[in-house]
Design a protein around this ligand. Structure first.
Ligand SMILES: Cc1cc2nc3c(=O)[nH]c(=O)nc-3n(C[C@H](O)[C@H](O)[C@H](O)COP(=O)(O)OP(=O)(O)OC[C@H]3O[C@@H](n4cnc5c(N)ncnc54)[C@H](O)[C@@H]3O)c2cc1C
Length: 188
């Protein structure tokens, strides 16, 4: 039983997983390795980098996740259902259970059909998603308990920096919900 399963290990999912793993929570990130950020090799507007490629960001995100004890598995999530304990996540290879879910799979949500989520229409644009999972201001999925959404699964705001920040925000709010008080992460 994991505390958190993140569906989608692109930028938002990795950042969410890094946060929850660093908090000491059992974290599993499941990913098909098709992040949209592979399309760019020259991100210039991210604080901390003169220029960085999408591939470098993903690599460092996976390394950091594992450094904090989180797990990354390249497996496609086929379905997510509620069960007595929390959630049952089925991939092509295996089944996993978790207390919390973070949906971070950009425009792909068909695996979540059993959860009967609400969606909002996306905005016009060449690379925009058709729809986004409906959430509140804390990235918590509307009408659901213990499910958060991050990145392009949650918002049309289309940039690596936004996805990273949104993953962190989803995780901070998830941890706040779990601990029943505002979650703070201080590095020395
Ligand atoms: C052509 C192009 C150029 C871009 N250029 C820039 C740029 O120059 N600067 C910039 O800041 N941003 C750029 N972006 C935007 C940036 O890539 C996205 O904003 C960012 O990747 C969104 O992060 P995310 O986590 O929401 O989605 P992603 O990073 O796409 O991650 C979603 C992840 O979910 C996984 N997934 C999906 N379904 C499943 C499933 N069923 N099971 C398991 N895993 C699943 C995918 O494999 C993927 O890894 C560009 C995007 C494109 C398409």
């Amino acid at each position: 039983m994991k505390t958190v399963i993140v569906v989608g290990g692109g930028l938002s999912g990795l950042q969410a997983g890094v946060f929850t793993a660093k908090a000491g929570e059992e974290t599993l990130v499941l990913d098909t390795d098709e992040s949209l950020v592979y399309n760019t090799s020259n991100i210039q507007n991210l604080v901390g980098h003169d220029s960085v490629s999408g591939e470098e960001l993903l690599r460092s995100g996976r390394d950091k996740l594992e450094e904090f004890g989180g797990e990354f598995k390249q497996e496609k999530v086929e379905s997510v259902k509620e069960n007595e304990e929390g959630f049952l996540v089925t991939t092509e290879e295996s089944r996993y259970e978790s207390e919390y879910l973070v949906l971070a799979s950009a425009g792909i949500h068909d695996y979540a059909d059993p959860l009967d989520l609400e969606f909002e229409d996306g905005v016009e644009g060449m690379y925009m998603m058709d729809e986004h999972v409906r959430t509140d201001e804390s990235n918590k999925v509307t009408g659901a308990e213990k499910i958060y959404a991050a990145g392009l699964a949650n918002t049309w705001e289309y940039q690596a920096s936004v996805a990273i920040g949104d993953g962190a925000k989803a995780a901070v709010n998830l941890l706040t919900d779990k601990y029943g008080e505002p979650y703070e992460d201080h590095d020395t």
